[in-house]
Ligand binder design. Structure first.
Ligand SMILES: [Zn+2]
Length: 407
């Protein structure tokens, strides 16, 4: 541990010119780094010899190691050394939960270990922040002064802190955008490893994040100019589990442009985010509103038939929800379908219909898209399709996606 980054100078005290005061000895190494990521020689040079200076200068503080977690330490024999505190910081945080364990419990995998490093159990924090190559990636975007806080917070604190604090360096001036984009890409990249055996290239990932941040900011600026007089803002959207005694059914009904046919589908989960069942229904040529309403009807009928009596149904079509709520004229092309849905809702059960943005409805969207290849008729499934795995895990993690919304 003593030799992590200065193997020749395990005992720096032997080379110091002046004994550093106690507060300096206990400072994290990130305090010896300038905001642009170089060594802050004004704080180091008063204590070390030229040789040690040159050895430290040979090390890139921002990229190659976990210097944020290294501390100057007085060892028991009085040696002035640098020690990795990373091991103590990486103590498993129970509140962060294990991503692979969630997947394990839901039979999506038989391996709870991190798919990147294969060395540690994959908690959400390990996957998104602490796995070595991911941590190195973060350090390229972070102001070194912020490393300590960034790598020591638990999951909830970490997300909240990154929403509030400007933690970026010169290449990541808009930290909130960089953070959101980076989390999304790290997660997407991790899913490519798990589901498509993709070999990760962190250098590519670094540039993907940089370019997407640039595009997002440009887009934000353009949109900002276009809508400067209306009140729109980016909101973070994610799937939320239903209340404890309820189940939630997400439904969707897209039209496939290539074949000009439509499908609908949905996914039902409980208050813990557990998968209960899914369904899909290949439809012929029809309007998107017809497909959306079919999704609602299929979802409700299946929930009723399977004995659920307290349900929330989420749909991303405001138009479909309006038709169901207000009814239609008899000559409306969807009047028969809307009538069936309203009859179904009026049975003796508790049905809550809600609008949801499509960022929170991705599981249903996927089932509707998969329905394209299903046989005729409504198909219901008691186990999730493999393709659904990454979306279920994402929803379960509580992570959010940005969306431009009217305030
Ligand atoms: Zn790992």
């Amino acid at each position: 541990m003593l030799d992590i980054w200065l193997p020749t100078y395990a005992k720096l005290i032997d080379s110091v010119r002046n004994q550093p005061p106690e507060n300096i000895v206990n400072m994290p190494v990130s305090c010896f780094i300038t905001s642009s990521g170089g060594w802050d020689w004004s704080k180091i040079d008063p204590y070390v010899s030229t040789d040690v200076h040159n050895s430290i200068a040979a090390i890139l503080p921002t990229i190659n190691d976990r210097s944020d977690c290294l501390r100057w330490r007085n060892t028991r024999d009085g040696a002035f050394s640098i020690k990795s505190a990373y091991a103590s910081l990486s103590v498993r945080n129970n509140t962060s939960g294990s991503v692979s364990c969630h997947r394990l419990h839901r039979k999506l995998t038989d391996n709870a270990m991190c798919p990147r490093c294969g060395r540690e159990e994959e908690t959400a924090l390990h996957a998104l922040r602490d796995c070595d190559s991911v941590a190195d990636l973060w350090m390229r975007f972070l102001n070194p002064q912020r490393w300590n806080a960034f790598f020591s917070l638990d999951l909830c604190e970490w997300i909240e802190w990154n929403r509030r604090v400007h933690a970026g360096n010169d290449i990541s001036e808009n930290w909130q955008t960089t953070f959101g984009v980076a989390v999304w890409h790290i997660w997407k990249n991790r899913n490519l490893i798990v589901f498509e055996n993709h070999i990760p290239n962190m250098q590519d990932l670094f540039f993907q994040i940089l370019y997407m941040v640039k595009d997002t900011l440009l887009c934000k600026e353009t949109m900002g100019n276009m809508i400067s007089k209306s009140s729109k803002a980016f909101r973070m959207i994610g799937w939320k589990p239903p209340d404890r005694e309820k189940v939630k059914c997400n439904v969707d009904g897209p039209v496939f442009k290539s074949t000009n046919t439509a499908g609908c589908g949905g996914v039902v989960r409980d208050a813990s985010g557990n998968f209960i069942f899914s369904f899909g229904h290949r439809l012929g040529s029809c309007d998107i509103i017809w497909a959306e309403l079919n999704g609602v009807l299929d979802g409700l009928e299946l929930l009723w038939c399977k004995g659920f009596r307290s349900v929330t149904l989420e749909c991303d079509s405001e138009e479909a929800l309006e038709l169901i709520k207000n009814g239609t004229a008899d000559n409306h092309p969807c009047s028969g379908l809307v009538h069936c849905i309203r009859d179904c809702i009026n049975r003796c059960w508790n049905v809550d219909l809600q609008h949801v943005y499509r960022e929170a409805n991705r599981a249903a969207d996927l089932m509707a898209k998969l329905s394209h290849s299903f046989p005729e008729g409504l198909q219901s499934f008691d186990a999730p399709h493999a393709e659904l795995g990454s979306i279920l895990s994402f929803d379960l993690s509580g992570l959010l996606l940005p969306r431009l919304c009217v305030c």
